[in-house]
Design a protein around this ligand. Structure first.
Ligand code: PEP
Ligand code: MN
Length: 360
């Protein structure tokens, strides 16, 4: 994949003065539901109306989508509102039906993007299409696997491409439904700066009150657009109820988000600075997260030492750690002086934690 500029023609040709917005329900439920939401979104920044027809549910027994019937409802959305439409495809039969019904854009879901065999099957089925195809990140944080899927499509002569960042699964419970791992998206942008990258704050957060902040971070990191699940009655949606927002909330969000428009040198400077600051914020949040985890381990060590009646301070071990960290620091351009200062502070906090545990 070389000239990624040509892959974004579909997006550039839209000549939007704001990020691309894809919105609509997680799932198409009924014809009335699909059309009602579409009409409420009609006069907004939304360019593409989304609705899942075939729903990849992790476990059977939940609502698995209305199937091909919903494609007709999407056609009606286009007729009645003029919005373009998009849906998820996960096998050859889906692709055939979606193309037959002239769905304008297709996306490939996170559970599908993990399988090179299925990605190849989809690439073969879509061969040569000029409809934009967006690939969600695989559920596991693996940049090569994500790019591999996109490359398979590119090789099948699908030249309108894009990616959707929807976060990654973790075993640990976090405040996110799928952790964003922003550094992966940053790396993606660095490797293919022109390949359209859309953020999906709905599946990252799993909670509607977090959607705005994640959207703002994405825009600060120069994402090209947002895909946001939208429903007139989110709490009663048949899937992903907690994360959907109402059409009115979406429109308000589009007003409140800081969207940069680069018109002169000063703007370009501010834009670049903002983007770098967003990257710093990502790194700082990771630092705090890692420190929190480190101190939890220190607490466990404290508990062990208490049980065995061992002293908190173990000088030999500490000198080893420090020596190793100075060497590791050098490899990534950190001065010895800085590493020493930083680890003294970390060590002190660790001791404080352990003493707290030992002294009750
Ligand atoms: C969706 O967009 O509704 C969906 C199922 O997403 P994901 O593949 O990201 O889970
Ligand atoms: Mn969903």
């Amino acid at each position: 994949m070389k000239n990624t500029k040509e892959l974004r023609t579909w997006l550039d040709d839209m000549k939007l003065d704001h990020p691309l917005v894809i919105a609509g329900p997680c799932s198409a439920e009924t014809e009335e539901q699909v059309l009602k939401i579409a009409h409420e979104l009609k006069d907004s920044d939304v360019s593409y109306y989304r609705a899942g027809i075939w729903k990849p549910r992790t476990r059977p027994g939940n609502f698995e989508g209305v199937g091909a019937l919903g494609l007709k409802w999407l056609q009606k959305v286009k007729e009645e509102t003029g919005m373009k439409t998009c849906t998820e495809v996960a096998n050859t039969a889906h692709v055939k039906l979606a193309l037959e019904h002239d769905i304008d854009m297709l996306w490939i879901g996170a559970r599908t993007a993990v399988s090179p065999f299925i990605m190849q099957e989809l690439a073969d089925a879509l061969q040569g299409t000029d409809k934009p195809v967006l690939v969600k990140n695989p559920i596991n944080p693996d940049l090569a696997l994500w790019l591999g899927g996109i490359e398979r499509l590119y090789t099948a002569d699908i030249k309108n491409l894009g990616a959707i960042h929807r976060g990654f699964s973790t075993y640990e419970k976090t405040k996110y439904r799928n952790v964003p791992e922003w550094q992966l998206a940053i790396e993606f942008k660095n490797r293919f700066p022109d390949l359209p990258l859309i953020n999906d704050p709905s599946h990252i957060t799993g909670k509607r009150d977090m959607v705005f902040d994640v959207s703002q971070t994405a825009l600060d990191l120069n994402f090209d657009g947002l895909m946001i699940e939208t429903h007139f009655d989110p709490d009663n949606a048949w899937s992903d109820a907690a994360q959907q927002v109402t059409p009115d909330a979406l429109k308000q969000m589009m007003k409140d988000l800081k969207i940069k428009k680069v018109t002169n040198e000063e703007d370009a400077y501010k834009d670049a600075l903002n983007n770098l600051r967003a990257q710093i914020n990502v790194a700082d949040n990771q630092l705090i997260d890692v420190m929190g985890k480190r101190m939890k381990v220190a607490d466990q060590i404290g508990a062990l030492k208490k049980e065995k009646n061992v002293a908190v301070l173990q000088n030999k071990r500490w000198n080893e750690v420090l020596g190793n960290m100075i060497l590791e620091g050098e490899k990534v351009g950190l001065s010895e002086e800085f590493v020493l200062k930083m680890f003294k502070a970390i060590h002190q906090e660790s001791i404080n934690h352990q003493e707290k545990v030992i002294n009750g």
